[in-house]
Design a protein around this ligand. Structure first.
Ligand code: AMP
Ligand code: MG
Length: 396
């Protein structure tokens, strides 16, 4: 038996096959889920001047407990027209600039205005500087806001905008083709003849990639025909960065992916990983494109896509940290010993406890509908009792 590649080695070798794609500049509104191609450093102080954090009146702390003469109102979004004189107060709103001379804000609930006269009716500000956002209290110019390779989530986009960036440089999106293979497969929703099954993997993989920075072509399906497969692979390789095939990766008489890759002038980098499900995975290159040959069983396709396809897409799109995060939680039930390959058990994480499902046959799709975690069981792991910790990947 040929040696099976450990999962980490397979991931490292796959990502090492190609560098990330070159960066491109995009608008903020297009940036969700993309990976920064450079560090974001603040170009400005935020706030750039002291601002009020509340609706109320700008005062001098030394003038407490008042009363004050109201000397006008400060508009939001403009510099105050004049400084604050001793004994006076100026009406101010959240986000407006403090006038020179003011050092504290008294909230409007604590005072009463009668014409131009303002008196304290509540406790008043507790300290000098109360209810003021100091200049640079969020960040100062030159502060590192986001490192290159960060995935842009809504909060990160907000920070980049507030830091004064004009647009964002991000890694380009890999173009991904999905190709399902199998004489038994029928388009989703179509009537089935005896022996046929719906092609669920194509649409599942497209859905897994939908939240990723990738340009995914509509899934194609072809029959188990080595010649056609070779021709289609060659053609897809001209227009894609990644070709994902599903099925036909094993050693059956109708498993043609390796042979077709060879016929099309491609090269295999590795085949067969020490994981369950997912052993017969193929990684290779054809022209400038990468080929990832996933096994066809629905759970195998799902698990290998989670561990290899998604990380590959993220790597090409510029991710600093493309691999799935491994977390820890306690087992709700006991778990038997590990075998010769690392297991990724479809499981449910509820209330902080992990329950791997009883039926782990990789041909089943129903557990995929219920699973929100993959429990990782090491090769040769000792049996574990309920309550003991286990590693898992979040797939919710
Ligand atoms: P294969 O890897 O081609 O030997 O396929 C393994 C199993 O997965 C077989 O039972 C196939 O019928 C099934 N299968 C292959 N491709 C798909 C697909 N796209 N959708 C659903 N099941 C599939
Ligand atoms: Mg097949």
């Amino acid at each position: 038996m040929s040696r099976l590649l450990p999962v980490e080695d397979a991931q490292a070798r796959l990502l090492a096959l190609r560098d990330p794609l070159p960066p491109e500049n995009i608008a903020f509104s297009e940036s969700l889920g993309r990976y920064l191609s450079h560090d974001i450093v603040a170009k400005r102080d935020q706030p750039a001047a002291p601002l009020s954090a509340m609706d109320g009146y700008a005062i001098r702390f030394a003038d407490l407990p008042g009363p004050w003469t109201i000397a006008g109102e400060i508009p939001v979004g403009a510099a105050p027209a004049h400084p604050l004189a001793a004994g006076s107060a100026m009406r101010i709103f959240t986000g407006a600039m403090l006038p020179d001379g003011a050092d504290t804000v008294v909230i409007q609930e604590d005072v009463a205005a009668d014409g131009a006269r303002l008196t304290l009716t509540g406790d008043g500000p507790a300290a000098h500087g109360a209810h003021i956002r100091a200049r640079g209290s969020d960040f100062i110019a030159g502060a590192p806001l986001l490192p290159a390779g960060t995935r842009l989530h809504p909060g990160a986009i907000a920070a980049a905008i507030m830091g004064g960036a004009a647009q964002l440089g991000v890694g380009a999106r890999p173009r991904v083709a999905i190709l399902t293979t199998g004489d038994e497969l029928v388009q989703p929703g179509r009537a089935l003849a005896p022996g046929q099954i719906p092609d669920s993997n194509g649409t599942m993989l497209a859905a897994m990639l939908a939240g990723e920075p990738a340009l995914v072509s509509l899934p194609l399906h072809i029959r188990d025909d080595r010649e056609i497969l070779a021709r289609v692979l060659k053609d897809l390789a001209r227009r894609h960065d990644v070709i994902v095939t599903v099925g036909g990766a094993s050693v059956g008489d109708h498993d043609h992916v390796r042979g077709a890759l060879d016929d099309a002038g491609g090269t295999i980098d590795f085949w067969k990983i020490a994981m369950r499900p997912g052993k017969p995975l193929i990684a290779g290159t054809i022209g400038d494109a990468l080929l990832l040959g996933l096994p066809g069983n629905p759970s195998s396709a799902f698990v290998t896509a989670t561990l290899l396809l998604i990380p590959l897409v993220r790597h090409l799109a510029g991710a600093r940290d493309p691999l799935p995060q491994v977390r820890q939680a306690a087992l709700a039930v006991s778990l038997g010993p590990g075998g010769q390959r690392r297991d990724y058990l479809r499981a449910r994480l509820d209330g902080g406890l992990l329950t791997p499902f009883d039926g782990q046959d990789s041909g089943r799709t129903f557990p995929l509908a219920a699973a929100n975690a993959l429990v990782i069981r090491a090769i040769g792991a000792a049996p574990r009792d309920a309550g003991e910790p286990a590693s898992y990947i979040d797939i919710a």
